[in-house]
Write a protein of this length. Structure first.
Length: 259
């Protein structure tokens, strides 16, 4: 971990906060990036065992489940998986899987240019029983093409550039026309950061140019289209720190793919 911090222009706290939400775990003192194929396999093992042995994903004892049915998966990997895809109850006794995150992972397993109806059927059949998929869960994960025949294309927001200009150039290369609802997930993180920065400046009585005042996510997205250069400059100036650090970290994180 110390070696990783030395390799990127960020302190230990920033690195730890960034990798907290990444598929990364520390094994034998080394930081490992869990390969997506391996993460998918672990997910299938976990949800399959839950179904086979009668555990309800909406409320179950994770300690009992892990001890008895998941002994073949490294504990560090399980810790990371449950931190990414589950929530512990307030009393600490029961765990609930995050329906949205699990369904999104299964969507990612399936996504490629895929006829819409075929994808929706395959997606619903792939997730654990009683989980319900919906197109809303694909926000920031996939593009919906409505031209006949309608299809779904894997297009994850987290893999786009943190630069506002580069990000939106890529978006309009992939799809010529976007609705406000479709493009909002791809601008959301930048909008959050801009709101925080604007609010912070207001509280400290700092002057903020009126042309750069972005009050809401919707306002930010609306300004992107008619005033691209101005808004892009503002977006780039306030790109979230984790979006800047994450691309720097990934080249230094060895994939963990067990034999």
């Amino acid at each position: 971990m110390d070696e990783l911090v030395d390799l990127v222009p960020a302190n230990m706290q920033c690195v730890e906060q960034t990798i907290k939400d990444m598929p990364v775990c520390i094994m034998n003192g080394f930081v490992r990036l869990l390969h997506f194929d391996y993460l998918s396999k672990v997910t299938s093992e976990i949800t399959g065992a839950m179904e086979e042995f009668g555990f309800d994903w909406r409320s179950f004892n994770a300690t009992t489940f892990r001890t008895n049915f998941l002994d073949m998966i490294p504990p560090e990997v399980l810790d990371k998986w449950f931190s990414l895809f589950a929530h512990l109850s307030e009393d600490g006794n029961t765990t609930t899987l995050d329906e949205r995150k699990v369904c999104r992972l299964y969507a990612r397993m399936l996504l490629k240019p895929f006829h819409m109806q075929e994808f929706l059927v395959a997606w619903q059949q792939s997730v654990p029983p009683n989980m319900n998929t919906s197109l809303e869960m694909l926000d920031g994960l996939a593009i919906l093409h409505h031209d006949p025949p309608p299809c779904v294309q894997y297009f994850p927001e987290e893999e786009l550039s943190p630069s506002g200009l580069e990000r939106f150039q890529r978006l309009f290369l992939e799809k010529e026309k976007w609705s406000m609802e479709e493009i909002e997930p791809y601008a959301r993180k930048m909008g959050d950061e801009m709101e925080m920065t604007t609010n912070g400046n207001e509280q400290s009585n700092s002057a903020v140019p009126e042309t750069r005042n972005v009050e809401t996510r919707s306002d930010m997205v609306q300004k992107i289209l008619p005033e691209e250069e101005e808004v892009f400059g503002y977006v780039a100036a306030y790109a979230p720190l984790n979006e800047v650090i994450t691309p720097m970290l990934k080249p230094f994180l060895p994939d963990f793919v067990p034999m």
